[in-house]
Design a protein around this ligand. Structure first.
Ligand SMILES: CCCCCCCC(=O)SCCNC(=O)CCNC(=O)[C@H](O)C(C)(C)COP(=O)(O)OP(=O)(O)OC[C@H]1O[C@@H](n2cnc3c(N)ncnc32)[C@H](O)[C@@H]1OP(=O)(O)O
Length: 209
């Protein structure tokens, strides 16, 4: 990361907690990966009613343990571990950032069974999630203040396959006052464009949520 990257005016805007990198051990990444596998299996299996009941009780028991450790936004490690796929957040696609500076951000990963839409392809709604998260990182790496996505325009050029290594890369196109215009492209490793996307992020005014 360059020295300028991420040097925005975080604390001046709308009640957002300040997110700082989380210091976690390898057990956290192991738990996240186990939960991702659970998600994949939850949408791709058809256990018997007896097994389903047994699993429900076991997962409920896990939830009872986790509930006792709930903390406010900004405090869980989920989303704050840059070295983990999806920064350790189950919501995010399990992609790993490999370039993060003012010139742009690049990330690499796969869509998994959990992200299936139909006929072997990734669900169309998972691509905007990938792009929107990228845009947040891009504007942060560029040093822009806290902003929200005003629009996001995506072009689906080719079917996005599951379990196939893909690359997404994007950068800031231009800044006009509060407005940051950003674009990114999703490609396979042979350079075929699967989708491209451009978005406007608008800097929040003081007090805007
Ligand atoms: C670590 C923290 C990371 C934070 C990342 C968070 C990322 C997200 O949460 S994204 C969530 C999804 N997005 C949202 O929920 C946003 C909901 N919308 C809003 O909050 C507001 O509409 C917001 C803040 C985007 C803009 O509202 P507001 O501040 O009133 O701006 P407004 O005065 O209308 O517009 C500012 C400029 O942007 C332009 N603009 C705003 N929306 C659009 C749009 N959809 N299309 C084109 N232009 C737009 C306006 O035309 C105006 O341009 P100009 O200055 O040239 O006249």
């Amino acid at each position: 990361m360059s020295e300028e990257a991420g040097q925005d005016e975080y604390e001046h805007h709308g009640g957002f907690p300040k997110y700082v990198p989380a210091d976690v051990g390898p057990e956290f990444g192991r738990l996240v990966e186990a939960l991702r596998t659970l998600q994949d299996l939850a949408v791709s299996t058809a256990p018997s009613p007896e097994v389903t009941l047994d699993l429900a009780e076991r997962v409920e028991a896990i939830n009872d343990v986790l509930k006792t450790f709930q903390v406010p936004e900004g405090q869980p490690p989920a989303g704050r571990v840059m070295t983990l796929p999806g920064r350790g957040s189950l919501l995010m696609l399990p992609w790993t950032v490999e370039k993060f500076d003012a010139e742009g951000v690049r990330s690499r990963g796969v869509f998994r069974r959990f992200h299936l839409g139909g006929n072997g392809a990734a669900h169309g709604g998972t691509l905007p999630l990938l792009f929107d998260d990228m845009f947040g990182m891009i504007q942060h790496a560029y040093g822009r203040p806290i902003s929200r996505t005003a629009y996001l325009h995506i072009n689906y050029r080719k079917i996005t396959p599951l379990d196939t290594e893909l690359v997404i890369e994007g950068s800031v196109d231009r800044v006009e006052g509060r407005k940051t215009f950003i674009s990114a492209v999703l490609k396979d490793t042979e350079g075929n464009v699967l989708a491209d996307c451009d978005a406007l992020m608008v800097q929040l005014l003081k007090g805007q949520p």
